[in-house]
Design a protein around this ligand. Structure first.
Ligand SMILES: Nc1ncnc2c1ncn2[C@@H]1O[C@H](COP(=O)(O)OP(=O)(O)OP(=O)(O)O)[C@@H](O)[C@H]1O
Ligand SMILES: [Mg+2]
Length: 598
């Protein structure tokens, strides 16, 4: 109930137009019921004409235009045409108001969901599959719309139409009304059962479809791997299996759906037979006219859809609510990392970083990924983090732009707790090159300019130059307009990494974080980049993570991390003298190098 109340809040902005739509709908049903009445009157008129003038006229026109009864008949026909037209126009107006406002509400909700999703902390994305998140923003929002659209419209329609029609029927003849309505509850129950089945099956099919889509996507994005490992047949078999399962489910649904209309028609048929049979008896007894029978048959036909839609509406309503609850869960998800008003926004940042007793545990993990980390990085200095894979290096740097907040301890940037910084200012002064390079499927230019709002071509070139990727780009036929990614060319691993570095540098950040960002380039290029960065990054604080000694040996301070703790720190020479883990790592790499040269 609470969640329904929350959902209904979205109606507020459209109250006026929905009310207007309800008026149109009521009016359309009001005119609808006059159609059978006019038909009855016309039919009764014809019957009288037949009795009165049988054999006396040569043509229909004569009766119509030269007798009084004929004039009434013509008038009724015109009235009938007018009523049908009016009904049609009102129906159009109903859809234009009710369905259109449901689309607008859908738009509002979708914007809200997307806005929220973008702001949610990393924690949320770590515990929800991206496919599911995608469904929240697309299908679930679409199903919620059905509540504001079809559910609202059909409910109003059923109430007003059934109200008008049943009233009219009772006025004409209560007894015949009873007989005509007798099969309708069965109709409603049947429609409820079928639409429940259809809904359930549609969900199953949808799920199967996403399996299929996921399979296809995975196959095609790993097509090189599949070919290299000779797994074409294997992949095809797997796909066929999923595809077959999809087909069988779909066929079952099709069968139920194709049973639906014939059964519906059968029940209406029963209703019509009853009306004709009971009504016929009444005509013989002189209680009603033949026109009344025609009128009732039409009433029954008019009632069919509202009654059948009752079952459908209840099911759709349940489905909408289930989707809404999932959306509501996203909307009520707390955003613990957000901008605070009046937060710290320095005119010029210095780039000093302090970690004070930092410990960190991933939400679902049992072990701490970082344990009691303490250090001070002076503004403008270059530090490096080394250590085995899984030691906690990425985790450590993620805390600085607040992708996660530490479980314990404080991080200060320029002496101010990162939690007191204006979040977007903090993130603006940090140029972060994540460990996994991700390029968007667009031009190289846009990829580099991603983090800044209005980047000029000279800035883009400068960033590319600093990242040592400019020559590569200029070698491409379309240069900076070259499309990369899925629909474009595939950059080499090293080219990708350097494009990502350019993306970080164009922000002119005060703090640069390179998470293993030079792993795919050769040592010569690496030297060139580092030299360039060193001159460029003189006043920038640089944090480099690497597995290669050559990358880190010139750093002002090197931290050796093991199991989430800093176990050694100092310059390259100091650490070599200690003859600890760092020195062992260096010796091993030296040996590897020598072996490689043999
Ligand atoms: N999102 C996450 N949820 C839970 N545990 C995580 C998550 N990310 C990383 N971990 C765990 O935290 C530990 C530290 O991982 P981290 O990525 O920081 O290592 P790393 O030093 O960067 O390793 P590498 O050199 O391989 O990049 C690992 O045990 C890892 O499994
Ligand atoms: Mg890492």
């Amino acid at each position: 109930m609470d969640s329904l109340k929350k959902l209904n809040r979205y109606l507020r902005d459209y109250k006026g137009i929905i009310f207007l739509g309800a008026l149109f709908l009521t009016a359309s049903n009001f005119f609808l019921i006059w159609i059978p009445v006019l038909i009855r009157r016309t039919m009764d008129e014809v019957e009288l004409l037949g009795e009165e003038y049988a054999g006396q006229y040569d043509s229909v026109y004569e009766i119509l235009f030269s007798s009084e009864a004929g004039a009434i008949l013509a008038f009724n026909s015109l009235l009938l045409i007018g009523t049908v037209l009016l009904y049609g126009i009102l129906l159009f107006a109903t859809r234009q108001t009710l369905i259109v406002s449901s689309r607008k509400i859908e738009f509002d909700i979708r914007n809200k969901v997307i806005d929220k999703l973008l702001k949610l902390p990393q924690r949320f994305f770590a515990s929800n599959r991206s496919g599911e998140i995608y469904v929240r923003a697309t299908e679930d929002v679409g199903r919620v719309r059905e509540y504001f659209g079809p559910v609202l419209m059909y409910t109003l329609n059923t109430i007003t139409r059934a109200g008008f029609i049943i009233t009219m029927m009772i006025i004409v003849n209560p007894q015949l009304t009873f007989w005509a309505l007798l099969p309708l509850p069965f109709l409603s129950a049947f429609a409820y059962w079928v639409s429940g089945f259809i809904n359930k099956y549609q969900l199953i099919i949808q799920e199967q479809y996403s399996n299929l889509a996921e399979r296809a996507q995975e196959s095609f994005s790993s097509i090189r791997l599949i070919k290299a490992y000779n797994r074409l047949d294997h992949e095809q078999n797997r796909f066929e299996k999923e595809s077959d399962s999809y087909r069988r489910k779909k066929l079952k649904l099709d069968m139920i759906e194709s049973l639906f209309h014939p059964t519906l028609n059968l029940l209406i048929g029963v209703s019509v037979v009853i009306v004709i049979w009971q009504g016929g008896l009444m005509v013989i007894d002189g209680l009603i006219t033949v026109g009344n029978i025609a009128e009732f048959v039409i009433y029954v036909a008019y009632l069919t859809w509202p009654v059948a839609s009752l079952g459908y509406t209840v099911n759709t309503f349940q489905k909408s609510m289930a989707s809404w609850e999932r959306i509501d869960a996203v909307l009520s998800e707390p955003i613990d990392i957000r901008d605070k008003s009046g937060s710290f926004e320095p005119a010029e940042a210095k780039g000093e970083i302090v970690f004070k007793n930092i410990s960190f545990k991933y939400p679902e993990a049992s072990e701490y990924a970082l344990k009691n980390i303490n250090f001070r990085i002076k503004s403008g200095s270059t530090v490096a983090f080394v250590g085995r894979t899984g030691a906690g290096k990425t985790t450590l740097v993620n805390l600085i732009p607040r992708l996660f907040d530490p479980t314990e301890g404080d991080i200060l940037v320029d002496g101010v707790n990162v939690k007191d910084w204006n979040l977007s200012t903090l993130r603006r002064i940090i140029g972060y090159v994540p460990q996994e390079t991700f390029l968007f499927s667009t031009t190289i230019k846009e990829n580099i300019a991603f983090g800044v709002d209005h980047a000029g071509m000279s800035e883009i070139k400068e960033a590319a130059e600093s990242a040592q990727v400019l020559d590569n780009i200029l070698d491409f036929e379309k240069k900076f307009e070259t499309i990369v990614g899925e629909r474009g060319i595939t950059l080499s691993g090293g080219q990708k990494q350097r494009t990502a570095i350019a993306r970080a540098l164009i922000k002119k950040p005060k703090i640069v974080i390179l998470d293993d960002s030079l792993s795919a380039v050769d040592t010569n290029t690496e030297d060139a980049i580092l030299k360039h960065l060193n001159t460029q990054l003189k006043d920038k604080t640089t944090l480099t993570i690497s597995h290669r000694i050559s990358t880190v040996k010139n750093a002002d301070t090197i931290f050796y991390i093991e199991d989430g703790s800093i176990i050694e720190e100092g310059t390259h020479n100091e650490l070599l003298e200690r003859k600890g883990s760092y020195s062992r790592m260096y010796q091993k790499q030296l040996l590897e190098q020598e072996l490689a040269q043999i």
